[in-house]
Design a protein around this ligand. Structure first.
Ligand code: PLP
Length: 440
């Protein structure tokens, strides 16, 4: 309560804007996930590793725009590329040469030969599911319990089901995740837990010759951060292929945050399809979908028309090229690794000193605290995490000058190419304040 009061005192202009916005913007925000408690924070600008709200407060940005801002803010290379493109026109609905450069670079990083572009993660996972169906001629698909892949119908099943609605582990319920999602879609989605190959095998046998493929985040990030068990990703590919089905990695979030070639390169398992978005555009909206020659053959020969007015938009392509060529370099990843391990070490030390048994998990530039003593292997394990801690942690970080995603229980922090040791140390110091307060 004390931290909440400090928070609200620091945000008078945001409070006015929430009020004014609610007259013109549904719910007073531009996306339902911007409506945070105790109040949405309205932003003014960002520079380097910092963001500034409309009340003039400065924060080290650990939110990272839900995983998109790995370049940091207003990176000079991206500003230059985008400004140049704006001066030369931003939309022709015809390809520009930057698209070839970006496609070639993505092939090199992810080991998949052919690419197409879109505008959001939702579009890329929608294309992936359509493609798996177009290639196999089958309608059903496997999806993880607790997996988030955007807001189109097929993936809005069992995204964040409550404990009382999930059913048994052997046969999880298929729960629609939002208003407007037809119940009928659940006839096509088969839900399996993460890190469980035998559940996938059972589903493939039960629905023999009806499963087009499986979509999953290779490192599950809708439930804190859950890395794959050794052999899990490789095992999935083998099982699915044995049953004539395809494997899609949704790397919208993991794509450039877990390494230069995402989890695909990090774990050395190349799927049939990779979905990208978020960080690819260095702050401009863009998405990409990559696939094997066999899969993308469905686009080449017209069995699947992958379309969109703004696909391969010149502004997005210029931003993606600058991001990949000049920001997300090997040198940047080396520095991100050093900062991430310094942060993890400091936070683990804090947890150990306080005698609390929480897990500090980080993979690449992403990290989170799971407020639970046991290791979390799937969404069901994650259900037992106490949100009161994550909300209190968010408030303490906020009041101490670090901006985290408001949905702390599921979301992670992100370091950017422009963060430095002082940023990390401030975050670690706030964490010590928080742990001292809750373990008093
Ligand atoms: N896939 C994953 C793994 C995501 O985390 C998200 C967004 O959070 C999406 C897809 C959807 O992306 P977008 O919000 O750009 O539609």
């Amino acid at each position: 309560a004390e931290q909440q009061e400090i928070f609200l005192k620091r945000q008078p202009r945001s409070a006015e804007l929430v009020e004014e916005a609610s007259r013109y913007l549904a719910g007073g925000a531009t996306s339902s996930w911007q409506i945070a408690k105790p109040q949405a924070v309205w932003m003014s600008h960002g520079a380097g590793s910092k963001v500034y709200d409309v009340d003039g407060n400065e924060y080290v940005d650990m939110h990272g725009g839900y995983g998109a801002s790995i370049a940091g803010h207003a990176h000079p290379a991206i500003v230059a590329a985008v400004s140049d493109r704006v001066r030369r026109g931003t939309h022709f609905a015809q390809p520009t040469e930057d698209a070839i450069w970006v496609g070639r670079e993505l092939s090199r990083r992810f080991g998949l030969p052919l690419w197409r572009f879109g505008n959001s993660g939702t579009e890329s996972t929608m294309d992936a599911i359509h493609l798996m169906r177009a290639v196999t001629g089958r309608d059903m698909y496997l999806k993880l319990e607790g997996g988030y892949h955007g807001h189109h119908d097929s993936v809005q099943v069992s995204v964040m089901p409550a404990a009382e609605e999930i059913g048994s582990r052997e046969r999880p319920n298929r729960v629609t995740a939002n208003g407007g999602i037809p119940r009928a879609i659940t006839d096509l989605a088969v839900i399996v837990p993460f890190n469980d190959l035998s559940a996938v095998e059972r589903a493939l046998v039960e629905h023999r010759c009806r499963i087009a493929g499986m979509i999953l985040e290779p490192v599950m990030m809708n439930a804190g951060i859950i890395p794959p068990d050794p052999g899990y990703l490789d095992g999935l590919r083998t099982l699915l292929h044995r049953h004539g089905a395809l494997l899609t990695f949704d790397e919208v979030k993991t794509g450039f945050t877990t390494g230069p070639g995402g989890a695909t390169a990090r774990y050395g398992v190349v799927p049939d399809i990779v979905c990208l978005a978020k960080a690819l555009g260095g702050g401009i909206s863009v998405a990409a979908i990559g696939g094997t020659a066999e899969v993308m053959g469905a686009i080449v020969d017209g069995r699947y028309e992958q379309v969109g007015t703004f696909n391969g938009n010149p502004l997005a392509m210029a931003a993606a090229r600058a991001t990949l060529a000049e920001v997300l370099t090997d040198e940047t990843y080396g520095r991100l690794d050093r900062l991430a391990s310094s942060l993890q070490q400091q936070m683990e030390q804090t947890v150990a000193d306080a005698g609390v048994r929480w897990n500090v998990v980080s993979v690449g530039a992403k990290g989170c605290v799971i407020f639970k003593p046991e290791r979390v292997r799937d969404f069901r394990d994650f259900l037992g995490v106490d949100d009161r801690y994550s909300h209190a942690h968010w408030l303490v970080q906020h009041n101490g000058g670090a901006f985290l995603p408001p949905w702390g229980k599921v979301e992670q922090w992100l370091l950017s190419a422009q963060h430095d040791q002082a940023d990390i140390d401030l975050f670690a110091r706030n964490f010590r304040t928080f742990v001292a307060a809750v373990s008093r």
